[in-house]
Design a protein around this ligand. Structure first.
Ligand code: BMA
Length: 829
């Protein structure tokens, strides 16, 4: 029985009680206190205007949630288990006036046997949530060396097993949630239950293993497990009955196993694993799981072509891959209210963007089962951080460590069966911030957290899931934790101005000058795997204006600056100044920041992919938003892809054709082939004048091996005669068209005119737009007024006479041809 309908009420800390009928507000579980308050008219919408301040009182109150239910008592051989998948966070659980259990970790499930506690008739269940600040008030703080980093370890968040972003981050507001954020239910169990089913692929010849954990709490007859596996067409390909408790493990070899791949390498066939627990021949419990047959490994062998370095590359079914993806943050501050309808389009946009990996970042939450199931279906590998970020953690406090142990075991067991699961990672940026602080302070002390990330957590992850690699942190490797020679890199030279670490040494100091943060500095990054890098851009103006109701909303005023959480709030200026120049209006701000993000990420991705296999991964910071703010996201809170999303989609194509500028002024053209098919490339390189016409055009032929990146063409500066009004264009049927300019975007004389567009209706939810270039158009953007509209491509360049067909769909809204407009993004200052 699901316990969905609850009521909640707030009190001064220590004064709450579940009695009385006044002032209780309806709330659902899973759900969220802030949104329930808003629905009841107690607070304005937390995301609108500067209501963050108006909601600050919520975290200071004690919250009670209560519900009533009726449930027949446990019969012979039965028990009733009250199950909470997640309570946020310091919760005392009361049943019929008695406190029966307590919980202090949002990331652990709570299970209580209530068989003997139930009443005939109505039972009252109540949960008291104590404010976090009350609990942490007496705790000894844990800080970085010298007390550094106080501002990032706010509200003693690191002492509490609760989503760390709740107290605000450099992309999100401060809304520390409280309440029942995951499912709550009572389960009637009979005789015996399946506590866990663990599926593993042992090898790619189809050898798989299923291990069961059974709790036979009142067995009175023989127990058995009926295990079967059906292939994607539904045909049973493996079947066995295990005698329990003697046999708990079954191994099968699936004939002609269809392997699970990322999309550029193959399909995502899912097999249906079914386990039935039999007591005296009767089914008492069962599980069905979608599983995939695949192996995953992390290759960290020496890279002979770059002496002194090690690879950091994922190996899927024996094939080294280049990870193309994004970092994922919680899709709302109010995570308890998210559903599949929120996850599906966001993950689909990652898959549509030619991505094959998503990193679940450690400052958020372990995502719900549906998130990983979607990744399984879409072929998105998951780099899973454990939920620790940018802080030291009290790793010598036995109570804290015990709590973490329970959390890790629960979460690894919950997520390990997914074929998408590619890496367990200790935390986000704990070690690297510590090492940088030690470097600056010239001290040498161990990181508080090492005992967790090198010890406790590593041991549990390896024991419970020996077939998925474990990595202690992100970034990690080398003396300063952000080495280009070993491990993964967070590249924040661009945007934050943090110096790169080419040789286990910091080069220079933080430099936020336009030259210091220029996106061309990605070319200095010789790292193995770039697991974070990014550039901020405005969300669509429609997204901003939906949440900013003030009449005076304008560029850089208070209403606007509330949306910017990074500091200083004008950090973007240094990025865009040399690219597009500074904006004078909100409209220009949106265009300029979006184009700079797009150009910068395109530049970075192309550089990292050309370096394959020495670099084997690019994960952009960040895919999504938790609220309608200004951030590094590619897709804004309303689900609208920024220009950067489309730049990234093209640059992440399985086969990439990209230009590399040489110091000599010459240019090379490279093909990066991430597929397993060797390619015979026959492409055209054209030097065009942006005023019209071609200067020259030639054919380049090349053979590019499977999974290979090579230079296929080059031209000297003399041949090109680089100037602002020229562009090199590459066209070939194997890769998305690409181009190279010879001046900053702001200095290039692009046509102001929009291309011609013809729109046909395909069906109720689909349009086909044909756009034709009248000149060289830069950043052609198609727009429909509805939030979740999808475009097969957008924000692209179109040369004179060139014709492009774009499919426009919206699953929820009927589209009419007149809905679609076209313009070019860039407006000169
Ligand atoms: C990294 C991330 C986040 C942060 C981002 C942008 O540090 O791990 O903590 O939001 O960069 O600054």
């Amino acid at each position: 029985m699901q316990l969905e309908h609850w009521h909640m009420k707030d009190f001064a800390p220590g004064e709450g009680t579940a009695d009385g009928n006044d002032g209780w507000i309806a709330v659902t579980a899973p759900g969220d206190t802030y949104l329930a308050l808003h629905a009841a008219g107690r607070i304005p919408h937390p995301y609108a205007d500067d209501n963050e301040k108006a909601c600050a009182w919520v975290e200071t109150r004690e919250w009670w949630w209560r519900t009533t239910f009726e449930m027949p008592k446990a019969g012979d051989g039965e028990r009733l288990i009250l199950e909470f998948e997640g309570l946020d966070t310091f919760a005392a659980i009361w049943l019929n006036g008695d406190e029966i259990a307590a919980s202090d970790n949002m990331f652990r499930a709570v299970e209580i046997d209530i068989s003997k506690l139930l009443r005939e008739g109505t039972n009252t269940l109540a949960i008291c949530f104590t404010p976090v600040s009350v609990v942490t008030a007496d705790m000894k703080p844990t800080t970085f060396p010298g007390g550094a980093g106080e501002q990032i370890v706010k509200s003693r968040r690191n002492l509490v097993r609760k989503a760390q972003f709740g107290w605000g981050w450099d992309w999100g507001p401060c809304f520390p949630t409280v309440g029942i954020w995951k499912a709550a239910r009572i389960v009637r169990e009979t005789r015996a239950v399946l506590r866990d089913v663990h599926f593993t692929t042992l090898n790619i010849d189809g050898r798989v293993r299923i291990a069961l954990d059974v709790d036979a709490f009142a067995a009175s007859a023989p127990l058995a497990a009926d295990i079967s596996i059906a292939d994607p067409a539904g045909k049973v390909v493996a079947h066995r009955v295990l005698d329990l408790p003697r046999d708990t493990v079954a191994e099968f070899t699936i004939a002609n196993a269809q392997l699970w791949w990322t999309p550029e390498l193959g399909g995502q066939p899912l097999y249906a694993l079914s386990v039935k627990l039999l007591h005296g021949g009767k089914v008492v419990d069962s599980r069905t799981l979608d599983v995939g047959i695949r192996t995953i490994a992390l290759d960290m062998s020496p890279d002979p072509a770059e002496p002194g370095t090690e690879f950091f590359r994922f190996v899927l079914n024996g094939v080294p891959i280049f990870a193309k993806g994004v970092n994922w943050i919680p899709a709302s501050s109010f995570v308890g209210a998210l559903t599949e309808a929120d996850y599906a389009p966001l993950l689909q946009s990652a898959a549509d963007g030619n991505m094959n990996m998503v990193r679940v970042w450690g400052g958020g939450v372990y995502e719900p089962d549906v998130f990983y199931a979607l990744c399984d279906r879409l072929g998105l590998l998951v780099w899973q951080d454990f939920m620790f970020a940018c802080a030291p953690y009290p790793d010598s406090d036995p109570g804290f460590v015990e709590n973490v142990k329970g959390e890790i075991a629960y979460q690894v067991k919950r997520m390990r069966n997914h074929p998408s699961m590619a890496l367990w990672c200790g935390n986000n940026e704990g070690q690297v911030i510590h090492e940088m602080i030690c470097h600056v302070l010239q001290v040498d002390v161990p990181y508080e957290g090492d005992r967790l990330f090198e010890g406790v957590i590593a041991d549990i992850a390896r024991a419970l899931d020996p077939y998925t690699p474990y990595w202690p942190g992100s970034p990690y490797g080398g003396k300063l934790g952000n080495s280009m020679k070993v491990g993964d890199v967070h590249d924040w030279t661009v945007w934050h101005g943090i110096p790169p670490i080419p040789d286990d040494k910091l080069i220079g100091a933080t430099d936020r000058s336009p030259e210091g943060v220029a996106y061309t500095r990605y070319a200095e990054d010789m790292g193995r795997f770039i697991s974070e890098y990014g550039i901020q851009a405005s969300p669509a103006l429609s997204t901003m204006s939906r949440w900013i109701t003030r009449d005076d909303f304008a560029l850089n005023n208070e209403a606007f600056l509330n949306r910017v959480k990074d500091n200083p709030k004008n950090k973007v200026d240094g990025m865009i100044l040399p690219v597009t120049g500074l904006p004078e209006t909100l409209e220009q701000y949106a265009d300029f920041t979006q184009l700079t993000q797009g150009e910068g990420l395109k530049f970075g991705i192309e550089h990292f992919r050309r370096r394959k296999p020495h670099c084997s991964g690019s994960l952009i910071w960040q895919h999504n938003d938790s609220w309608p703010g200004v951030s590094w996201s590619l897709v804004d809170y309303d689900g609208i892809g920024k220009a950067g999303y489309y730049f990234v989609k093209r640059a992440y194509a399985p086969v990439l054709g990209s230009f590399k500028r040489l110091d000599s002024g010459g240019v090379e053209f490279w093909i990066t082939n991430d597929t397993l098919q060797p390619l015979e490339i026959g492409c055209r390189l054209a030097l065009v004048s942006l005023k019209g016409g071609e200067v020259w055009n030639e054919r380049a032929d090349a053979r590019v091996g499977a999974n290979e990146s090579i230079r296929v063409w080059s031209a000297s500066a003399e041949r090109i005669g680089p100037s602002a009004d020229r562009a090199l264009i590459a066209r070939g049927k194997e890769f998305p068209e690409n181009r190279h300019f010879f001046a900053a975007i702001k200095d290039i004389p692009f046509a102001d005119a929009a291309p011609t567009m013809r729109v046909e209706k395909l069906d109720a939810h689909g349009l086909k737009a044909t756009v034709t270039g009248n000149a060289y158009h830069y950043g052609v953007r198609l727009t429909a007024p509805h939030a979740a509209t999808r475009y097969s491509d957008n924000c692209f360049d179109l040369a004179e006479g060139e014709v492009r067909t774009i499919l426009v769909t919206n699953a929820a809204v009927e589209l009419a041809p007149g809905d679609l407009t076209v313009r070019t993004l860039l407006r000169h200052v």
